[in-house]
Write a protein that binds this ligand. Structure first.
Ligand SMILES: *Cc1c(COP(=O)(O)O)cnc(C)c1O
Ligand SMILES: [Zn+2]
Length: 436
């Protein structure tokens, strides 16, 4: 199959429902086999020429590459070269060993991947960078997205960097910090008096009507391709931590897969991306095993958990009401990839109540030094539940991804951390307050 002219190693788009393959230039978003309604919009999966990629890059060449943004992995992305990406660097977020946090759960190899440390402070930068790159390669004048807030903030930032006009549909319930980001970056913002799911459907209709480039999660399969870069980073960062990794003349640089990864799930695009990233690395022969993937949802937004439990291919929509706004989704738009991610890796979906999600913010910050928004803390709350259910072993290598910064939703943070104490500006007041 011929490569796409605008992407060096992309060969085809394969439908995950019917198996049809398309040339990347022959189809823009979804396969014709999809039902008109329903939540399984995400059907296409980008295919690459792995043999050619293996010729172009190796773990050793990767080790000496100075570019540590997601451009570091450009041959595995649907772009022509690194310069296709907007100039606001995404990725290279820290993977830290969380010893003290791990000890409280009896885990010896717990790592936190803090994707709140992206330029717009959430995981969504990974996908939005690709959206802007693709839209600009196709010379599209307008990009639009629906978002619970973070995807939009990420798109706004990437568009500002690239000088790309963009239009955002967000529910009016999005936390003010996220809406502020959109306004400051100069996006056109349409705040919807309705839910995320309604914003999504409206964005679909508007893109169709006006010919805008559509970044919508699940619908635009290239978002998975951006999101998968987190797995490349995890494996490369873990590889560097091996005792003898990459010592010149002693051992070659390696990529290493963890045993399990925990991530919060709303539409299911992130967990599908995490799966894709490890699949790419397996196809290249750079890792030896697929980690088990655990998707964590709130009990108040559990459509994918329910579908997994019931053995369904397509989830039944729910009426989502979780306080973790980034995962508040009625009908998950990337259900097929999300269910595949869990089923094909022997992972699980896990649900946790909102109280446990909010409570998880504190140990993550106090023992792991990661300040997460509620949706980000959901992944850790899921790990706590998994330990209770003995889904993980004490010495397994476990990665918990924080998907969004705590600064995105300070009201939730203050709610769990407790209010502030106000004292008079006197030493006497200090003594009295501290009982000294
Ligand atoms: C979007 C988002 C999620 C969920 O990602 P999906 O792809 O919708 O499953 C989780 N956490 C944060 C902070 C997010 O912004
Ligand atoms: Zn199909």
């Amino acid at each position: 199959m011929k490569n796409s002219p605008d992407s060096t190693f992309l060969t085809a788009l394969r439908c995950l429902r019917c198996g049809n393959e398309y040339a990347p230039t022959a189809i823009e978003y979804v396969c014709t086999c999809r039902p008109n309604q329903g939540s399984d919009l995400g059907t296409l999966d980008a295919q690459y020429d792995y043999a050619a990629i293996r010729q172009a890059i190796t773990p050793a060449t990767m080790a000496t590459d100075r570019d540590r943004s997601i451009g570091h992995y450009w041959p595995l992305l649907p772009i022509a070269n690194r310069q296709s990406l907007p100039p606001l660097a995404v990725g290279n977020t820290p993977l830290t060993a969380a010893k003290r946090l791990g000890e409280t759960l009896g885990l010896t190899q717990l790592y936190l991947k803090d994707d709140g440390r992206n330029p717009s402070a959430s995981f969504k930068d990974r996908a939005s960078a690709i959206a802007v790159a693709r839209a600009q390669m196709a010379k599209r004048t307008m990009i639009a997205t629906a978002s619970t807030g973070n995807a939009a903030a990420a798109l706004a930032g990437q568009c500002a960097a690239a000088g790309q006009p963009n239009l955002i549909f967000v529910p009016k319930t999005a936390p003010p910090a996220k809406i502020a980001q959109l306004l400051v970056y100069g996006s056109t913002v349409l705040t919807i008096d309705g839910t995320y799911d309604q914003a999504f459907d409206l964005c679909q209709a508007a893109c169709h009507e006006f010919g805008w480039y559509n970044r919508n999660t699940g619908y635009n399969h290239y978002m998975t391709e951006g999101k998968k870069t987190v797995s490349f980073e995890i494996a490369e960062q873990l590889g560097k931590r091996a005792p003898d990794a990459g010592i010149p003349g002693v051992s070659a640089p390696v990529f290493r897969a963890p045993d399990a990864v925990f991530v919060a799930v709303g539409d299911g695009c992130i967990i599908g991306g995490v799966h894709k990233g490890f699949k790419d690395l397996l196809a290249l022969g750079w890792i030896e095993k697929m980690p088990r993937l655990y998707g964590v949802q709130s009990t108040e937004s559990a459509a994918l958990y329910n579908a997994w439990r019931a053995g369904l291919e397509i989830p039944e929509p729910v009426q989502a009401t979780t306080r973790a706004d980034s995962i508040n989704v009625d009908a998950p738009r990337d259900a097929i990839k999300a269910l595949n991610a869990v089923r094909q890796t022997n992972g699980a979906f896990i649900v946790v109540p909102d109280e446990e999600i909010l409570a998880a913010i504190l140990p993550l910050a106090r023992l792991g030094a990661v300040f997460a928004e509620p949706a980000g803390a959901t992944a850790y709350a899921g790990l706590v539940q998994a330990v209770r259910e003995q889904l993980v072993k004490p010495d397994e290598t476990i990665v918990v991804i924080n998907t969004g910064s705590g600064l995105k939703d300070v009201n939730a943070a203050i709610h769990v951390a407790g209010g502030v104490t106000i004292i008079e500006p006197t030493l006497a007041a200090v003594k009295k307050h501290l009982r000294l």
